[in-house]
Design a protein around this ligand. Structure first.
Ligand SMILES: [Zn+2]
Length: 356
């Protein structure tokens, strides 16, 4: 397996597209080829950036810089910033997909600012560039860390539709950008599942915020707005009941089902095993509310002493308990938050090690 896919590769996991391609789906095959090409370009730029930017990564919030949005129309090509369609302050465009992308990037930025006190993806007011109508019938949406840009396909109209028209897709991908800046979680095995998990947390939180839902009224589905009539299921993932979103859904919801599998298989199962912390988040949000739970998770992921690049699920639990104590002291969370988190994780089989 090449190292190209050992990281975030798009909203729709590669193994789902591979299954479709094996059944002769030409759109899935084309999307996979496009993903490979993007990944190779990413690697080239990333190598250059690592050399030039080492040690130059600030997390300081700069309140005086306001992020501006730019939406570009790729017009079915694989080019980024192909044709500027709408930028910050412009009136609505005649293309609804352009307007939705503009609005969804804006709502996600608003959520970061209001709920997490984060100024854009880099914490420093970075502009948000999205590219819609990326490639032709492209069955994916991706955050490109080397370019700091979103690329959103239209889907083939059969299995997948409207990738640029779904708020949880946009928020999920922008959250991958945040993870790049906050802790660089390796996109393999448990750390990769935590990377995916955090994007699902932000995806669902922003969707609930925009739709005016609560933990109790939300459906907790990820990608439910982008599956088409020929997709055999209701969504790509369920945070409430991992493993039930579609026919053949491989997500698991309990740590007893975790195993180290080859990295060639979904980066060691980053999308399969993200179901475990996803379920714990759902359980905690039902008690604390989605926004307080999201603030708690976000705060925990900044604990660089505990959440290292290769962090495991139990490290998230440790970081959450430290973050909960801090937020309780600040009056942002109730005293019960510690026991809520502990029991949510124990329900999915993750316990703190007992010292003799
Ligand atoms: Zn993702």
């Amino acid at each position: 397996m090449s190292e190209h896919f050992e990281r975030e590769e798009g909203f729709i996991p590669k193994y789902i597209l591979e299954e479709l391609a094996e059944k002769g789906d030409e759109d899935a095959k084309r999307t996979l080829a496009g993903m490979q090409e993007l990944a190779m370009k990413e690697d080239q730029v990333k190598k250059k950036n690592i050399e030039s930017q080492a040690g130059n990564n600030t997390l300081e919030a700069n309140a005086s810089v306001y992020p501006k949005r730019g939406v570009y129309d790729s017009q079915g090509t694989g080019e980024l910033q192909h044709k500027l369609a709408r930028q910050e302050g412009d009136p609505p465009n005649s293309d609804q997909v352009v307007n939705l992308s503009y609005d969804f990037c804006g709502k996600t930025l608003e959520y970061f600012k209001l709920m997490l006190n984060r100024n854009s993806i880099d914490g420093n007011g970075m502009d948000v560039i999205s590219n819609v109508h990326f490639r032709k019938d492209y069955n994916n949406a991706v955050w490109l860390p080397s370019q700091n840009q979103l690329a959103l396909g239209d889907g083939d109209g059969k299995r997948f539709i409207n990738l640029g028209r779904s708020i949880d897709v946009v928020a999920h991908e922008m959250a991958h950008g945040v993870t790049e800046y906050v802790n660089h979680l390796d996109y393999t095995r448990q750390s990769g599942a935590l990377n995916e998990h955090f994007s699902d947390v932000i995806g669902t939180a922003v969707q609930q915020y925009v739709k005016g839902q609560t933990a109790q009224t939300a459906d907790w589905l990820i990608g439910d707005e982008i599956v088409g009539s020929e997709f055999r299921g209701k969504a790509l993932r369920s945070m409430k009941e991992p493993g039930t979103a579609y026919f053949g859904d491989r997500q698991v919801a309990h740590f007893s089902k975790y195993m180290d599998i080859p990295l060639s298989d979904d980066g060691g199962g980053v999308h399969y095993f993200s179901g475990i912390p996803n379920k714990a988040f759902f359980l905690a949000a039902m008690q604390l509310g989605t926004d307080p739970a999201t603030l708690l998770w976000y705060t925990a992921l900044h604990d660089r002493g505990t959440i290292r690049r290769d962090a495991k699920f139990v490290d998230l639990l440790k970081a959450l308990l430290i973050a909960a104590e801090k937020l309780i002291r600040q009056g942002e969370l109730p005293q019960s938050a510690i026991s809520v988190v502990t029991s949510a994780f124990s329900e999915v089989g993750i316990l703190l090690p007992v010292h003799a």
